[in-house]
Design a protein around this ligand. Structure first.
Ligand SMILES: *Cc1c(COP(=O)(O)O)cnc(C)c1O
Length: 373
């Protein structure tokens, strides 16, 4: 089965990992700080690496001080973790509809929903296409709320020439194998504000403070470390940070290959009846994570099944978050975000990854023409 997404691992990645495996550190060591510095150069903000993208969201919400009584506004067209981690902080999630052209949060809808209880607005850079950050910033500035970006899809993407990571107060990344780069499991939090960054660094390691100048009991002894705000163990091991650094050095080639495949899909599928192809705003330069088409006329399920039967591992991203039974049981009703629900009803992700060859991609295109042409 041709997958919809998969990692690209070459000899340089393998060499980077084996070099660290036989060294002194397996977990927190010099590769962690080096990977964080490399990420800062790509994202334009101070970075904290963590054990996965879900941990990154949890850490970002904690760094923003989100807790019980706070409302976090987010689009439902995302992976359930965007909401689950806000709820894990004790917050209430409110869903905001999407702009159907990009499947990212609609800034006008967000402006209409933000109120005094809102503590954060989350933008999910769906498929790698950045949301409209300038418009979202107007909304969050007017209400003094934190702008968070779930950029699990979008490391390496640009918005008006600025890198994802430098656009929101806090930005999270995932390095799961299907994403734009991988550390097997891994993630990161980029923070523009120094106090957010310090809080994220502490949250990753139990909230522990070691710096003598920051201690409340500075006279306890050389062994002393203390916790002022609770954290968890969300560390990313040195071995995986070495893989991350190697992968990051290949990011430009990943971006170029994915852009080329995106373009080839556009040419190969032009004129195919009954489908909508992904749109791109003129002011963004995405590192495309998904190739998300819309299959009209109620034929998405049929196309999904016939593609899978042909050995092509298409995928659907995503079930609107509040359609999951756990949200339905909590009182969220269908119909809340009509654009997101309509998008879900037609969405299909075609195979897209750096190592996808032209011949395999041509087979995807030909199979779609056979079904719908
Ligand atoms: C993958 C993903 C996550 C979770 O990342 P993990 O590394 O799998 O924990 C969160 N949000 C979105 C939009 C994702 O695609």
């Amino acid at each position: 089965m041709l997958p919809y997404g998969r990692q690209s691992i070459d000899q340089s990645d393998i060499d980077a990992v084996t070099a660290v495996l036989s060294g002194d550190w397996l977990t927190t060591g010099p590769q962690v700080t080096a990977f964080e510095a490399d990420l800062a150069a790509v994202t334009g903000a101070a970075c904290t690496v963590v054990s996965n993208g879900t941990a990154a969201l949890h850490t970002a919400y904690a760094a923003a001080g989100i807790g019980p009584g706070d409302v976090v506004l987010m689009p439902p067209m995302t992976f359930v973790a965007t909401a689950a981690t806000a709820i894990a902080r004790g917050a209430t999630v409110r869903f905001c509809d999407i702009d159907p052209r990009t499947a990212t949060i609609d800034p006008n809808a967000a402006a209409a929903l933000v109120d005094d209880a809102t503590r954060a607005v989350v933008c999910v850079d769906y498929a790698g296409h950045p949301g409209d950050y300038d418009r979202l910033r107007e909304v969050t500035d007017a209400h003094d709320v934190t702008l968070v970006s779930d950029a699990a899809h979008a490391i390496g993407s640009l918005y008006k020439g600025r890198p994802v990571g430098s656009l929101a107060d806090l930005t999270t990344f995932s390095f799961f194998p299907t994403k734009n780069l991988t550390t097997a499991e891994g993630g990161a939090v980029a923070a523009l504000d120094a106090s957010h960054h310090t809080r994220a660094q502490r949250f990753r390691t139990h909230g522990l403070i070691r710096d003598p100048r920051q201690l409340r009991d500075s006279d306890e002894g050389g062994w002393h470390q203390e916790v002022a705000e609770l954290g968890l163990n969300y560390r990313l091991p040195d071995v995986l940070c070495a893989l991350g650094r190697s992968q990051l050095s290949r990011l430009d080639s990943f971006k170029a290959r994915r852009a080329r495949l995106f373009e080839r899909y556009g040419v190969g599928l032009a004129g195919l009846p009954g489908v909508g192809l992904p749109a791109r705003h003129g002011d963004v330069d995405p590192l495309w994570h998904l190739y998300a088409i819309r299959v009209h006329d109620g034929r998405r399920r049929e196309v999904y099944e016939r593609m899978r039967a042909a050995g092509i591992g298409v995928q659907v991203n995503y079930l609107p978050v509040y359609w999951h039974p756990v949200f339905a049981d909590a009182g969220y009703r269908r119909g809340l975000c009509p654009e997101a629900e309509a998008f879900y009803g037609e969405q299909l992700s075609l195979p897209l990854y750096a190592d996808l060859g032209d011949a395999d991609q041509d087979r995807v295109i030909e199979t779609l023409w056979t079904i719908l042409g």
